[in-house]
Design a protein. Structure first.
Length: 356
């Protein structure tokens, strides 16, 4: 049986039981050094009332971070969460900005939109990258003028709303591709937080697993539950493409099928590593060495320079164009990395502003 120290801080959604089919993360811990750093940034940004942009894969806990920013802001109004990708184009317009009676077919009475609903509080717009272009113009206007005009109305309504937007797509690339407005991008890019995927914050995996085990233990009416050491090792070794949501599902299933009060490796329904398999990093380096020998045989011109650029460019893209993370992943100082980004023309390519 394993003994574990409780996580330093845990965030959960207010009614997680009602969100059984959601792909959202329902808990977030701050145990891993990367997460501790993220929590410090969140609590720094919270009281400032600045527009915030959260960047991270699905299931990394963006809504939980947004709720904590709201809690730290001490704004008196409500927290309103909206998924821009979950509504049709015509519906988002009416839902976001409200409408008057008769504004469109079926609008039998006037209705306040999400901005008005969040007045005095915080509006969280998830999947902002999915917002249609004509609504991006309207959103920009609301942010600039701090007032909304309902569909079918002539008079603006003043609103005091803090906006937190979230995306799992590269908005800078969306701007370059003409799918996202550059002016709105810069308006959102005030306080930017990158939420690392679960595989990049391994220190959070076991605290989260224990949290979910405890949650489902109570729900299933079990007295006590522990994770066998082999089960913990399997959880740490898995890549978690579905992030925290996937971890929750794996733990939930394990508690349903496990016999007794200890979750074993086989209860987790995770893929078994093949017998005698090499560790992925070593295998990856072997492949690189193999490719390098081929390039040497081909007498590739300026090989060292080309490979150096490839390493920096790939790492910069992998880290979402975040210089601090890229420097850390490559083991370089920020200044050395900046010099290399300039040398390879990678700073001018992206519309990126960072908050360290």
């Amino acid at each position: 049986m394993s003994h574990h120290s409780p996580p330093t801080k845990i965030l959960t959604l207010p009614n997680p039981d009602t969100l059984a089919l959601s792909i959202r993360a329902k808990a977030l811990v701050f145990n891993d050094p990367q997460s501790v750093q993220l929590l410090q940034q969140v609590e720094q940004i919270g009281p400032s009332h600045a527009t915030a942009l959260l960047i991270g894969e699905t299931g990394t806990g963006k809504e939980l971070v947004a709720r904590h920013i709201h809690a730290c802001s001490q704004r008196a109004g409500p927290f309103v969460a909206v998924n821009c990708g979950a509504f049709s184009e015509s519906l988002v317009d009416a839902e976001l900005f409200g409408h008057e009676a008769g504004a469109f077919t079926g609008a039998s009475q006037a209705r306040a939109g999400w901005f008005e609903a969040a007045n005095g509080g915080t509006l969280f717009l998830d999947e902002i990258g999915d917002m249609p272009m004509h609504l991006q113009v309207k959103l920009l206007r609301v942010l600039q003028e701090r007032q909304v005009i309902r569909l079918g109305a002539r008079h603006p309504i003043p609103v005091d709303v803090r906006l937190i937007a979230a995306t799992n797509v590269d908005l800078a690339k969306a701007v370059q591709a003409g799918r996202f407005r550059a002016d709105l991008f810069y308006r959102l890019h005030v306080a930017v937080l990158h939420l690392p995927p679960l595989r990049e914050r391994p220190g959070d995996i076991l605290p989260l697993a224990h949290h979910f085990a405890d949650t489902y233990r109570r729900r299933l009416g079990l007295d006590s539950i522990a994770l066998a050491p082999a089960a913990e090792q399997a959880l740490l070794a898995h890549g978690w493409p579905g992030n925290i949501r996937e971890l929750e599902n794996v733990v939930h299933y394990a508690l349903i099928v496990c016999r007794g009060d200890v979750v074993q490796r086989q209860d987790l329904r995770l893929p078994q590593p093949p017998a005698g398999a090499q560790q992925p990093p070593a295998a990856g380096l072997d492949l690189i060495a193999q490719a390098l020998r081929q390039l040497l045989d081909q007498r590739h011109p300026q090989l060292h320079e080309t490979l150096e650029e490839l390493i920096v460019r790939t790492a910069f893209e992998h880290c979402g164009s975040n210089q601090v993370r890229t420097a850390r992943e490559l083991g370089l100082s920020r200044n050395v990395l900046r010099a290399q980004l300039k040398r390879f023309g990678l700073l001018g390519e992206r519309l990126v502003i960072e908050v360290d």
